[in-house]
Design a binder for this molecule. Structure first.
Ligand code: SF4
Length: 596
């Protein structure tokens, strides 16, 4: 994998530089001297740093947990290291003047719904209100408003007239950046940039864009050509691909399908073109995605001394459950070439996998081992899919993703040189870190990749079975009926059975008692009661299990499966498609599978 040198990386470069005196910005070394590791959330903390004003204020729907797993924390820390004065207001009280707590920023407001789309966080797949929230102090779902991005943008404007630019980011904004189907209102909605009446939307993994934006705004420069952003324009930009208008896609399902195909194909940083879409009298303009972080940039990101804890201001309100799984876990890579149709990672993180160096991951493990409450267990080493670390298609890295085919479906593309060798080496090194007793791989494993790897697949699985499984290994076949799997973009049941046999053999050889946990989906577009009964038979007869991990399909914004759900058509063939839309019958599909 070709990587550029450290000094090509804009924010990494800034990380290593001193700031010009008199700019009013905090120098990185000053921040360290002041022992500021948490980003401030109160005026008192700002004062302790000698900050009268902040450059950027981030507003989020989650509690503030300072962790490399939490997007707003990563963006805040990267901005801080680049020399900007940053504050965070987490889960502001929307009834009071809480949003004014840190004053008004000099450069921009960064608004996010949090780590999950607020509607997904607040409602079940059958639209019931969720009681629990893993990223709210105390665990009760009582602080995240529905459509949090819109609510927070309105809140800022209500309290600060003619304020600095409001910049939307995070998953909710990213997946709702063009006209999209919204399951909860069962309607096509405009870009959230229009609904939130904000100025800029940053999509995808936003570290470099957030810094570039701050730099340009500080210098008084135009930002509209920045990669990775959407803006609003009065005119159609020259050279942009025009998507069917919001009005047209809201009226015509075939136009909606055409729009989505064009949107999806223009998502690779090497090949994407600028897109535009008329929303009212104005245009949404989507610039090509930001260039992904190189390996040195990713490594530098994980050198930031995250606290891996909830900020004390919020900790006082109660613990957050999410910390239990992320506190002692390691991220090895980002992006996913699996492209399951129900998953939004491809549209948010991208289809190209970028990974950290082994040294960087081992250094982070060593730091974890030094933490006072570390008990010797690394809970997870993984990414969106555990075993995509360390290999990518050379063609994709050089010329971008293919527009007309997928890397893993219906078969693994011969250009993808599947090789678990780097993962085997990484896991071996992690096992040897002093103070580490156990290293688990808890992220899902893509079993077709394991079977396709003639060089190191069996060795990888043997090591995971022997050393890295805590009794249960997670796999996500999602279904076993071919025509449902085809709608999902997942491999067939025969591959699953081969993997199960290999796993069972290796487990016996290791003299261990451990099992596969199968993640399954009910009520996906194309799936009927009959399909669920067939899946139940397969599970009982062939897998010898009574499934427990069964989810009802949730049509999240901007996925191919949501497109099928809304249009009731196969978007690739145009054929009509059965879709279970009745909430009671969706529950029934699930109960067919889980009943004893
Ligand atoms: S050549 Fe194959 S592996 Fe490479 S991007 Fe295209 S589909 Fe994916």
């Amino acid at each position: 994998m070709k990587e550029s040198g450290c000094f090509d990386a804009p924010w990494l470069w800034m990380y290593n530089q001193s700031r010009t005196p008199g700019t009013g910005r905090l120098r990185t070394r000053d921040a360290r001297k002041a022992k500021q590791v948490f980003i401030p959330t109160t005026r008192q903390e700002c004062k302790a740093l000698g900050w009268e004003k902040l450059d950027i204020i981030l507003v989020t729907g989650d509690s503030y947990v300072d962790s490399p797993f939490i997007g707003v924390s990563v963006i805040g820390q990267v901005l801080l290291k680049a020399g900007f004065r940053v504050g965070i207001i987490a889960q502001p009280d929307v009834q009071s003047a809480d949003i004014t707590r840190l004053g008004e920023p000099e450069l921009y407001w960064g608004v996010t719904g949090g780590s999950i789309d607020s509607m997904v966080a607040n409602y079940t797949a059958t639209k019931k209100r969720k009681r629990a929230d893993d990223l709210t102090p105390g665990g009760q779902n009582n602080r995240r408003p529905d459509r949090a991005v819109i609510v927070y943008a309105n809140l800022v404007r209500r309290h600060f007239k003619n304020t600095k630019p409001i910049v939307l980011g995070g998953v909710e904004a990213s997946l709702r950046r063009i006209a999209h189907y919204d399951y909860w209102s069962d309607s096509v909605r405009r870009s959230i940039l229009f609904d939130a009446k904000a100025d800029i939307l940053v999509y995808g993994m936003a570290e470099s864009t957030a810094v570039a934006l701050a730099e340009r705004l500080q210098a008084g420069q135009d930002v509209t050509d920045l990669r990775g952003i959407c803006t609003i324009a009065k005119e159609k930009p020259a050279g942009a691909i025009e998507l069917p208008s919001f009005e047209e896609v809201a009226r015509d399902k075939r136009a909606f399908i055409d729009m989505f195909h064009t949107f999806y194909r223009n998502n690779d940083p090497l090949t994407a073109k600028t897109l535009c879409q008329q929303q009212d009298t104005r245009y949404l303009v989507q610039n090509p995605p930001a260039t992904p972080l190189t390996q040195p940039e990713l490594d530098a990101l994980y050198e930031i001394g995250f606290e891996r804890a909830q900020h004390p201001f919020y900790e006082a309100l109660g613990p957050v459950k999410a910390l239990e799984t992320i506190r002692f876990s390691l991220t090895t890579h980002r992006g996913c070439y699996g492209e399951c149709n129900f998953c939004s990672i491809a549209v948010h993180q991208g289809r190209t996998v970028r990974w950290r160096s082994e040294d960087s991951i081992v250094r982070e493990a060593e730091r974890l081992a030094q933490l006072p409450d570390f008990k010797g267990i690394i809970q997870d080493v993984g990414g969106p899919t555990a075993n995509m670390y360390g290999f990518e298609c050379e063609k994709k890295l050089a010329r971008g993703s293919c527009a007309d085919k997928r890397c893993l479906y219906p078969e693994i593309c011969p250009q993808m040189d599947v090789d678990h060798g780097r993962q085997v080496a990484l896991l071996r090194r992690l096992r040897q870190v002093e103070g580490v007793k156990k290293v688990f791989v808890a992220s899902g494993i893509r079993y077709d990749l394991v079977l396709a790897d003639q060089k190191h697949g069996a060795r990888y699985l043997r090591d995971v079975v022997r050393h890295h499984t805590s009794g249960q290994m997670k796999v996500a076949p999602e279904h076993t009926q071919d025509h449902v799997l085809q709608r999902m973009g997942k491999p067939g049941a025969a591959v699953l059975v081969r993997f199960r046999d290999l796993f069972t053999g290796l487990t016996r050889a290791a003299r261990k008692e451990q099992y596969l946990t199968y993640y399954l989906i009910a009520a996906h577009p194309g799936c009927t009661d009959k399909d669920m009964r067939a899946l139940k038979r397969f599970a009982s007869r062939d897998l010898k299990i009574n499934p427990r991990q069964v989810q009802i399909f949730t049509p999240t914004p901007s996925t191919y499966s949501s497109l099928m759900y809304y249009t009731e058509m196969d978007p690739f063939t145009g054929e009509p498609l059965f879709v279970e839309k009745d909430l009671v019958r969706k529950e029934r599909q699930k109960s067919i599978l889980v009943r004893k």
